[in-house]
Design a protein around this ligand. Structure first.
Ligand SMILES: [Fe+2]
Length: 188
């Protein structure tokens, strides 16, 4: 059994429900002709109604924490160096392509040499992302598209651990989705 403390020790957490909008978002990214500079990324803002009407998980999050959804683009053979975000305490990210070509890394103390762990992005999967742990992205031979939401609440008001606990209470029992855990309990 995975306990909450073991899960939250990592700077990311995979939401166990698949996203119903990952393919649509990829189509949107591929069709998008106008990207704007945003915190050293190229970005495009998405329509909030489109997102919350189609995705129950994000609809639930939006009820309690208002956010702006968008797509971020990185060109081939580019990297985003080690940093902690200025304002964001937590975000929700989903990689929508290039899963084997780009690498998102976290390190407790990046310097000339140090340790890291990788966020192993899986297809159609949202991740709670701790923006207050040093992280970097290295992208290889393809354009990388990432879905990301930016909460109105800054790091002083909303942290990774706060959002993680809320999501755990709402959706999970002992690390499993509630409906799945309840089904297996009934079978016993
Ligand atoms: Fe960042």
């Amino acid at each position: 059994m995975r306990r909450a403390m073991e899960i939250v020790d990592k700077p990311f957490f995979a939401i166990p429900k698949k996203s119903p909008i990952a393919f649509d978002l990829l189509m949107t990214a591929l069709a998008c002709g106008k990207w704007e500079e945003y915190y050293n990324f190229k970005a495009v803002r998405l329509d909030i109604d489109y997102i919350i009407e189609r995705c129950p998980f994000l609809n639930y999050i939006y009820k309690y924490h208002r956010f702006t959804p968008g797509l971020l683009r990185m060109d081939p053979y580019t990297y985003y160096n080690w940093h902690i975000d200025d304002k964001r305490g937590v975000s929700i990210n989903m990689l929508i392509n290039a899963h084997s070509e780009s690498h998102c890394l976290f390190s407790p103390d990046p310097s000339l040499t140090s340790e890291f762990i990788e966020l192993p992005y899986r297809p159609a999967t949202y991740y709670l992302f701790n923006n207050q742990v040093h992280h970097s992205v290295y992208n290889f031979g393809r354009i990388r598209y990432l879905f990301s939401i930016e909460f109105n609440e800054t790091k002083e008001l909303l942290s990774f651990s706060t959002l993680f606990k809320e999501v755990l209470d709402e959706f999970l029992i002992e690390g499993k989705p509630k409906d799945e855990a309840q089904r297996s309990r009934k079978r016993k």
